[in-house]
Design a protein around this ligand. Structure first.
Ligand code: SF4
Length: 375
């Protein structure tokens, strides 16, 4: 299990070794609407640029008052941490990430940059055509950049590898529906984060090994109040670890770096690019894309009930406008169902003692409810 955290902690080394091993290019991406299968089919490695939450004294001069995630990615680029990244692409979602995409180009010259327009109304009747034309343009630009032709066979292989990864991650998450789940929230989050910085075939192999090992695990699982994590994207499992040190267990999340990243598969069809367009438009909505037909609240409630959660932690990055504007609606649906929740804000660094006290109080609040329910 620890291998996923090792890769995550040493993700730059992993990518550099991959380049040395394959001679391929690394394409960095900022948002989960990036059609990775097309990049993979071009024999390039898609790597999500994840923040490291390191305080810095530089970014505020370049990316005014944005969220910690976006600021820190620019800081990592400026520090040369992504020097192995040959190109970057931004699939339209959050404006702070757009800032990070643009500002990163002041600190590092990339041989390829691509801006993919993803409709905000992902369910709109025109969105399929827009995404499809963007997908075709993206494919063409990647073929020119890599000098590799992206064939239907290469797309089929990429779709198969990615769907296998999604299916294996769903298997891991299914294990968390059990009482005293055998996989902790921190472990599951490190697995899905590692998948966003690794070659999916390597990640699939590791997942298959772990799924064989898990039934032989010595300990009896993770007891305690069952909590759900909702909110802004995260790039580590520190919050899950803190919650689980306090005696609770995180059984499910609705994060764009978590379950939302792999929840739905590509449904193969003759036109591969159309199949991919529908998959990315159809993924669980992030707060920014949940406009016309509100799907996110129902999805959150479905996960809460399916994973038998007993409380929700809503963790928002400071200055995170998408979740800031959506939270009141999420609070309302949770209140209507009398589902306990705790709202907290995070910045680059987390005041651990204060966070611990607040989380402990919330967990103590949920515990009696849980005991009474178990009766
Ligand atoms: S969604 Fe929130 S956390 Fe993510 S980049 Fe945008 S503002 Fe930052």
């Amino acid at each position: 299990m620890h291998r996923f955290k090792e890769v995550l902690d040493n993700r730059h080394e992993y990518a550099k070794n991959w380049k040395a091993r394959t001679g391929g290019k690394v394409l960095g991406y900022f948002e989960p609407y990036t059609p990775e299968e097309v990049i993979y089919a071009a024999s390039a490695l898609p790597v999500r640029l994840l923040s490291r939450h390191e305080p810095d004294d530089m970014t505020d001069r370049n990316i005014y008052a944005s969220c910690a995630c976006a600021r820190d990615i620019v800081n990592q680029v400026a520090l040369g941490r992504f020097d192995y990244v040959d190109g970057i692409t931004y699939a339209e979602a959050c404006q702070w990430m757009r800032h990070a995409f643009i500002s990163s180009q002041y600190f590092q010259s990339f041989s390829y940059t691509c801006d993919i327009f993803v409709p905000d109304y992902v369910d709109g009747h025109r969105s399929k055509d827009v995404m499809y034309s963007e997908m075709k343009a993206f494919k063409k630009s990647l073929e020119e950049w890599t000098s590799n032709t992206i064939t239907d066979e290469a797309l089929d292989h990429a779709i198969d590898v990615y769907n296998t990864n999604r299916r294996l991650m769903r298997q891991i998450y299914e294990l968390r529906r059990a009482d005293n789940p055998i996989v902790s929230g921190a472990e599951a989050m490190e697995m899905v984060l590692a998948s966003q910085v690794m070659d999916k075939e390597d990640h699939n192999r590791m997942l298959q090994e772990v799924l064989k090992e898990l039934p032989r695990r010595s300990h009896a699982g993770y007891p305690g109040p069952r909590l759900m994590l909702v909110g802004s994207p995260t790039s580590d499992a520190n919050l899950e670890r803190l919650v689980e040190e306090l005696g609770a267990v995180v059984v499910i999340d609705e994060l764009c770096t978590g379950s939302c990243y792999f929840w739905n598969e590509v449904i193969p069809q003759e036109d591969r690019l159309l199949a991919l367009s529908l998959r990315y438009l159809g993924k669980p909505h992030c707060a920014l894309k949940d406009n016309n037909w509100r799907r996110r609240p129902a999805h959150i409630l479905q996960l809460y009930e399916d994973f038998n959660a007993q409380g929700v932690i809503i963790a928002k990055q400071i200055y995170c406008h998408p979740h800031g504007t959506d939270n009141p609606h999420i609070w309302k649906i949770l209140r209507e169902r009398i589902y306990p929740f705790h709202f907290l804000e995070r910045d680059t660094t987390v005041p651990e003692r204060e966070m611990k006290t607040r989380l402990e109080a919330f967990i103590n609040l949920v515990e009696p409810v849980r005991v009474k329910l178990r009766g």
